[in-house]
Design a binder for this molecule. Structure first.
Ligand code: HEC
Ligand code: HEC
Ligand code: HEC
Ligand code: HEC
Ligand code: HEC
Length: 486
């Protein structure tokens, strides 16, 4: 009997301690929740330094800074080159052209054939651009900074210097703020890189994705604002961008503007589309995104084929050194390839996988350590998929291995075509046949490059990647056939 009372007393005692602990825990968490909206500093449209933002939002800032970390996955992540060290003593990331010399053949005569490396975290973007041989050994323009620095304030200052109305205190998205931005963008883009880069000091920072007052996501990059407007005017169906569909059904009197029309879920991808897209960036005209006919590989190609530079020349990034073909170099079309995949179709945004939610105390925050989701499968994928981590990783790697195998075939075919055209030139094959083969080289290598430059090794849209590579093999082999004596 006594034992029973004793037991009850002990249990009751433990329970009240438990309740007290729980209450304390809740109180603590409420306090934490309050802390995150506690304003330590006043953030304005001029606060480019992320450390200042970090005073109000220490958690996001802490994770943002972790983008310096490097960790390898089978096809992604990041890895330092054991041999290459920059002038400042910082290790460069591994060279992709040393790993695969076929790329040097495909890009012969273009800057990418002298230096092209594995991408790494956002913390490095400005540093890596300033030190690449593509910048130190070739002349480049200020356009390069659009996606490698916090340029929002720099553009506005340049716009104001050139006579745009208002002041830097105006909200960026006010009519005057926007006029400053767009005007400065054109000016900075045309400057030599060495001048323009002195206007900036940080990689992409808080201000480039967030409004300093409301903290809402926003688009600050001029080339995306212009590119989306062009896309809205095309007839490419974009079911994953419902605000464009809505705008198309309206009277179209005001231009499409993501900052007023896009949903929050769309913005969780569009902030990344400010940079992770195919572009034209050199000295013949201002940086642009080629989406006037749509986002698919062949729609972009068709736009380039119709495009004329201001001097009247047809579009090409360079003339291939060995074959003379007028060719195109594709750069990181992550947004475009994702657009063709099942995840985009299902409304899954870039941030869902690359900036998944993270619990810290009572706070649910977005992981600002942007990186490969394979380093973080539990939070990146398992919120939607019930399979085990190993199983999910295996599914990704099957897709990636298959893409890689097909890409190897396509790259071999392009390299074989290049060798054949080179030989045909020396053997006096008629110009008309050479021209036909060069045209096929342009189309074949554009497709290999599209998937090679895209950084998910096919994962963002597996079938679309295979379709594009299949076409590349076919076009390259057609090119070889075109050279046969008739
Ligand atoms: C459903 C999840 C998912 C979505 C949505 C998604 N990605 Fe990815 N992404 C991945 C996976 C998985 C990889 C492969 C990572 C690897 O190989 O380590 C990847 C790779 C990448 C890489 C290369 C990463 C590296 O480590 O080198 C970039 C850059 C990227 N994605 C950007 C984007 C952008 C931009 C969007 C939106 C337009 C997007 N992703 C949408 C899952 C996703
Ligand atoms: C539209 C946005 C955009 C523009 C414009 C742009 N970049 Fe990038 N750049 C990126 C993105 C996104 C990555 C990361 C993905 C990748 O490496 O494929 C990157 C990666 C890089 C890297 C690291 C990997 C590599 O390629 O060696 C260098 C260096 C670089 N860019 C240099 C330049 C130079 C030089 C210019 C101007 C000619 C330029 N970038 C213009 C978006 C851009
Ligand atoms: C201002 C341009 C810009 C914006 C905006 C941007 N990125 Fe990047 N991103 C880059 C550049 C440039 C690099 C390559 C940096 C380098 O290699 O030095 C990069 C690298 C990456 C990587 C590779 C990281 C690694 O460890 O290998 C991933 C993943 C990525 N970005 C995803 C995203 C996602 C997701 C978003 C949107 C939430 C986004 N980026 C927004 C320019 C941008
Ligand atoms: C490349 C774009 C990008 C940059 C740069 C960026 N953020 Fe974010 N941030 C996001 C996205 C995407 C979300 C999720 C927003 C949503 O779902 O509405 C977010 C959410 C937030 C939130 C809301 C709470 C949360 O975590 O979801 C805060 C606070 C925040 N960011 C602070 C910062 C700070 C501070 C910096 C600079 C150190 C920063 N962000 C840089 C894209 C960015
Ligand atoms: C926000 C939810 C969400 C997240 C996060 C997410 N997925 Fe998915 N995933 C989906 C949906 C929805 C589908 C389509 C399934 C359907 O409609 O039948 C899908 C489809 C897939 C498929 C089949 C692809 C195909 O082309 O048929 C694979 C593989 C996959 N996901 C892997 C991943 C991996 C790996 C991650 C993490 C990097 C991830 N998913 C993150 C929701 C998500």
């Amino acid at each position: 009997m006594k034992l029973r009372y004793l037991l009850i007393a002990i249990i009751a005692g433990l329970a009240s301690v438990g309740i007290l602990l729980l209450r304390e825990n809740i109180a603590q968490r409420k306090l934490e929740a309050r802390h995150t909206v506690f304003r330590v500093v006043e953030l304005t449209e001029q606060t480019t330094d992320p450390a200042e933002w970090g005073k109000n939002f220490p958690r996001q800032y802490d994770h943002y800074r972790r983008t310096v970390d490097m960790e390898r996955t089978r096809y992604g992540g990041s890895e330092a080159d054991p041999f290459a060290v920059g002038a400042d003593g910082v290790r460069k990331s591994v060279s992709k052209i040393e790993q695969d010399p076929r790329l040097k053949t495909m890009w012969d005569g273009y800057a990418f054939a002298i230096d092209f490396r594995e991408d790494r975290g956002h913390a490095y973007m400005l540093h890596d651009q300033r030190e690449t041989d593509r910048v130190t050994k070739r002349p480049q323009v200020g356009s390069c900074l659009h996606c490698h620095a916090s340029t929002t304030v720099a553009y506005r200052k340049a716009g104001l210097e050139a006579g745009a109305p208002g002041t830097l205190a105006d909200p960026l998205l006010s009519p005057t703020g926007r006029e400053q931005l767009m005007k400065g963008f054109v000016i900075v883009s045309a400057e030599p890189y060495s001048n323009a880069t002195q206007r900036v000091e940080h990689p992409v920072t808080c201000l480039d994705c967030h409004d300093p007052q409301s903290l809402q996501l926003r688009i600050t990059r001029p080339a995306l604002l212009i590119g989306l407007e062009a896309l809205a005017h095309s007839d490419d169906p974009v079911p994953h961008l419902p605000s464009i569909g809505k705008w198309r059904q309206g009277n179209r009197q005001k231009p499409y503007d993501p900052n007023t029309l896009a949903t929050r879920q769309e913005m969780r991808s569009l902030v990344c589309a400010q940079c992770h897209v195919e572009y034209y960036c050199a000295s013949k005209t201002t940086l642009f995104f080629p989406w006037n006919k749509g986002l698919k590989a062949e729609q972009i190609e068709a736009y380039y084929d119709d495009y004329k530079f201001p001097d009247g020349a047809p579009f090409a990034d360079w003339n291939h050194k060995r074959t003379g073909a007028a060719v195109i170099k594709v750069q990181h079309p992550e947004f475009e390839l994702w657009s063709q995949g099942i995840h985009a179709r299902a409304g899954v945004a870039c941030a869902d996988c690359h900036m998944p939610y993270l619990r810290e105390g009572a706070m649910k925050i977005s992981d600002h350590h942007v990186r490969s989701p394979l380093l973080n499968i539990s939070r990146s994928c398992q919120v939607c998929h019930r399979s085990s981590e190993e199983e999910l990783k295996a599914r990704v790697q099957i897709i990636q291995d298959r893409t890689k195998q097909l890409m190897d075939r396509a790259l071999d075919a392009v390299v074989a075509l290049i060798a054949d055209i080179e030989a045909a030139r020396q053997n006096g094959v008629p110009e008309a046949q050479l021209q036909q083969a060069r045209q096929l080289q342009r189309r074949a290598q554009y497709r290999v490059d599209f998937i090679n430059a895209e950084n998910s090794m096919g994962f963002h849209a597996p079938q679309e990647a295979a379709r594009i590579l299949g076409e590349a093999v076919d076009l390259a082999r057609q090119g070889q056939l075109a050279l046969r004596s008739k």
